[in-house]
Design a binder for this molecule. Structure first.
Ligand code: MN
Length: 487
């Protein structure tokens, strides 16, 4: 991915003379430089804006600069907001209003009207906030002292969500085969998602993939086998089967890279000419940051790619997941998540094992796959569904545990979790909202980041938390349905 940065735009006015403006410019540059050392992306100071033209110009530049992932504004003073209207009306990048001031303390002796002119964000921020509210702009408001770690963390989290927007707008998804026959929730309006989210979702014949697979050399496979050995334990002696997965991985990666695709889907119903359903192949591609969706689920594939890009180091602990089965013992209620093969090893608690087992569906040879337990920790599951006329993003808070059973005969990777507000009420909420069986499970991306992402994308966001009840959710969904019809 190309190097992304954020622009720091300071709001001011001419009222207090050039000396104040010079001081503010120097302080803004210092703040951007200091913050860049701790934030996940550089914050570049651009301008202390005093006129409509300066603001319109910096917005135009931001819109057209491919490396600018968003703007962060700070009003050290009152920056009369009618001069922001023309710029804001054209803004196409994510926007964060940072309500802060250069000084932390009100100094007892030093405070006079000169000090006040430099440090009047307290009312400047209110004028700035009004115009964004009046224009119904999508924005993030973060208030706090710029040197505080918790404030910097929130800005950093927002930056990652904004990078998720940039990734979304250029995302290409490669479909091998259609979605699984008769399945509803994996369908969706590909024209709508391209208009709304930027995704280019297109199909490539499985026959073309097989031709590329046939052209993969033994040397290429040898090299990838070394990578597998460095990352995973071999719990099989069937090297030919593992090598076949390497062949599939290399071919899929070649085709995706040639088209600039960062996500893909396939289906066990269309493996014409392939000996194995890709298992290890898909898992190791996900470990490298590619999104994946099984049974032709291109929506979850795209969301996996985006959430990986939003995570730590550009490939956080985010995985394609499916709720598989429940443990419904009173007081010990868990969901067991897995897939027939394809769970990303970025969520593994230990070193994954490569194993070969039969696969009941698809009618192909026994595929190699990675088997492991998911790690413990707070996480979210996320599902994007097409409601017809709009997209709904559903997010649920969960707590992953070490699986309470060893399950020695389960031949796939598994993650076990408790859901909020409880397993059964959580299931009732999820079903009421129409959430899919496929999700992206992430330990790394937060619900607040997904809410920010949904706001920036202008799609519906539903959050199932410890406080959610079925009644409150039904009411929220009913009101949201009305609101989105009026929008
Ligand atoms: Mn599935």
């Amino acid at each position: 991915m190309k190097k992304m940065e954020f622009w720091f735009v300071v709001g001011s006015q001419f009222l207090y003379g050039p000396e104040v403006l010079d001081t503010v410019a120097a302080r803004a540059a210092e703040m951007a430089e200091t913050l860049s050392k701790v934030l996940p992306y550089p914050l570049v100071y651009k301008v202390t804006a005093k006129t409509n033209q300066e603001i319109a110009n910096v917005v135009k530049e931001a819109n057209y600069d491919g490396s600018c992932a968003g703007i962060i504004t700070w009003c050290h003073t009152f920056s009369p907001s009618k001069m922001w209207i023309n710029g804001f009306a054209n803004l196409q990048k994510p926007y964060c209003h940072f309500a802060t001031q250069y000084n932390r303390e009100i100094p007892n002796e030093e405070i006079d009207m000169d000090f006040m002119n430099l440090n009047q964000a307290a009312h400047g921020d209110r004028e700035h906030g009004f115009i964004a509210a009046r224009l119904r702009m999508s924005r993030k408001v973060i208030a706090g002292y710029w040197q505080d770690g918790d404030v910097q963390k929130r800005i950093g989290d927002w930056m990652k969500a904004a990078v998720g927007v940039a990734v979304s707008k250029e995302l290409k998804v490669m479909r091998f085969g259609d979605n699984m026959r008769e399945v509803a929730v994996t369908e969706g309006d590909k024209v709508e998602v391209q208009a709304k989210l930027g995704w280019q979702v297109n199909t490539w014949p499985v026959g073309d993939l097989v031709a590329v697979m046939d052209a993969v050399t033994e040397e290429e496979i040898d090299k990838l086998m070394e990578t597998y050995r460095a990352s995973y334990d071999f719990a099989t002696g069937d090297m030919e089967t593992v090598r076949y997965q390497a062949r599939e991985e290399i071919a899929m990666k070649k085709m995706m890279d040639a088209e600039g695709c960062m996500a893909f889907s396939n289906t066990f119903q269309d493996l014409h000419g392939m000996k194995q359903l890709p298992g290890l192949a898909s898992q190791h591609l996900m470990a490298q940051g590619y999104g994946y969706g099984g049974e032709g689920d291109w929506k979850v594939s795209a969301m996996t790619a985006i959430m990986k890009a939003m995570g730590e180091g550009g490939n956080g602990a985010s995985a394609f997941m499916e709720d598989y089965t429940y443990h419904l013992v009173k007081g010990q209620e868990y969901s067991l998540g897995a897939h027939m093969l394809e769970v990303c090893p970025s969520v593994a608690a230990g070193r994954p094992r490569i194993e070969v087992h039969p696969l009941g569906i698809g009618g192909r040879e026994d595929p190699a796959r990675l088997v492991f337990e998911g790690k413990e920790g707070d996480a979210i599951v996320v599902s994007l569904v097409d409601m017809g006329g709009r997209l709904r993003l559903i997010c649920q808070d969960i707590h992953c545990v070490k699986p309470i059973l060893p399950m020695p005969n389960l031949p796939v990777a598994r993650v076990m979790w408790q859901a909020e507000p409880s397993l059964t009420t959580g299931v009732e909420c999820w079903i009421t909202a129409g959430g899919a069986h496929h999700t992206v499970l992430s330990y790394d991306v937060t619900a607040e980041q997904m809410k920010d992402w949904a706001n920036m994308m202008d799609i519906e966001f539903v959050h199932i938390t410890k406080d959610t009840t079925v009644e409150s959710l039904e009411n929220d969904l009913f009101l949201a349905d009305l609101a989105w019809k009026l929008k």
